[in-house]
Design a protein around this ligand. Structure first.
Ligand code: ADP
Ligand code: ADP
Ligand code: ZN
Length: 213
């Protein structure tokens, strides 16, 4: 099962991707997490990506597409995967389709987690992230067991630099201009589904599993 998560920054893609991957035992591939890991490790890719991410802009397709195509070619992806945060542009979607087509494969589901912009800024200010393992929490809606500490790995939780309100606003603009057109793209491909992302986390997940099953 190959699944793409679509939706605005902060809509809950990562939260739902994690739950899907737990249930179906498939890898969770988050390009944001991959970039953040590269930044943390001081790689060349990390240095380049950071300049864009700090501005709330997208990392160029040239730096993104090959990385994902390599990742989905790994043996653990043979039984499917969830792509979270990729594709984010039409050229990325085309690059993915081309890579899959070359092996006689295709994406099975694109799921749009719908949340209006008004809710996003509020939600993001409460997001806390673990930069070590990629886990995400929310001060109100999904608090960690111990304040400020990741349940999974015990690392310290942080407010991401790009989750400050000014940058969130910019990311929303980028989302509407560059990523939202993908909804049309996957509708034409006949694999587009939407869920109401303003519901609580478990209800959103129930709606998603109903689509997948
Ligand atoms: P969110 O979970 O809030 O949607 P992500 O962690 O997915 O944010 O992405 C954080 C940032 O990483 C993006 O704002 C962008 O700069 C960069 N990024 C992640 N995925 C992509 C992608 N597919 N193409 C270009 N840039 C990306
Ligand atoms: P995305 O990957 O789309 O950027 P996240 O999954 O990181 O979004 O979610 C953004 C923030 O909102 C996180 O702090 C997360 O814990 C919280 N969150 C996710 N889904 C919900 C929901 N249905 N209701 C309330 N808060 C949520
Ligand atoms: Zn962690």
């Amino acid at each position: 099962m190959k699944i793409i998560m679509l939706g605005a920054p902060g809509a809950g893609k990562g939260t739902q991707a994690e739950k899907i991957c737990d249930r179906y035992q498939i890898p969770h591939i988050s390009t944001g997490d991959i970039f953040r890991a590269n930044i943390k490790n001081g790689t060349e890719l990390g240095k380049k990506a950071k300049q864009y991410m700090d501005q709330g802009a997208l990392v160029p397709d040239e730096l993104t597409c090959d990385l994902v195509v390599d990742r989905i070619s790994q043996p653990d992806c043979a039984g499917g995967y969830v792509l979270d945060g990729f594709p984010r542009t039409i050229p990325q979607a085309e690059a993915l389709d081309k890579a899959l087509k070359a092996r006689g494969e295709k994406v099975d589901f694109a799921i749009d987690v719908e949340v209006p912009d008004e809710n996003i800024v509020k939600r993001m200010s409460g997001r806390r992230a673990c930069l070590n393992c990629g886990a995400t929490y929310h001060l109100m809606y999904k608090p960690p067991k111990k304040e400020g500490i990741c349940d999974n790995c015990g690392s310290e939780l942080v407010l991401r630099d790009d989750d400050r309100p000014e940058t969130v606003q910019k990311r929303l603009e980028v989302y509407h201009a560059q990523t939202q057109p993908l909804i049309d793209y996957y509708e034409k491909a006949g694999i587009m589904h939407s869920v109401d992302g303003t519901q609580d986390i478990d209800k959103v997940f129930a709606d998603i599993t109903a689509i997948l099953e």
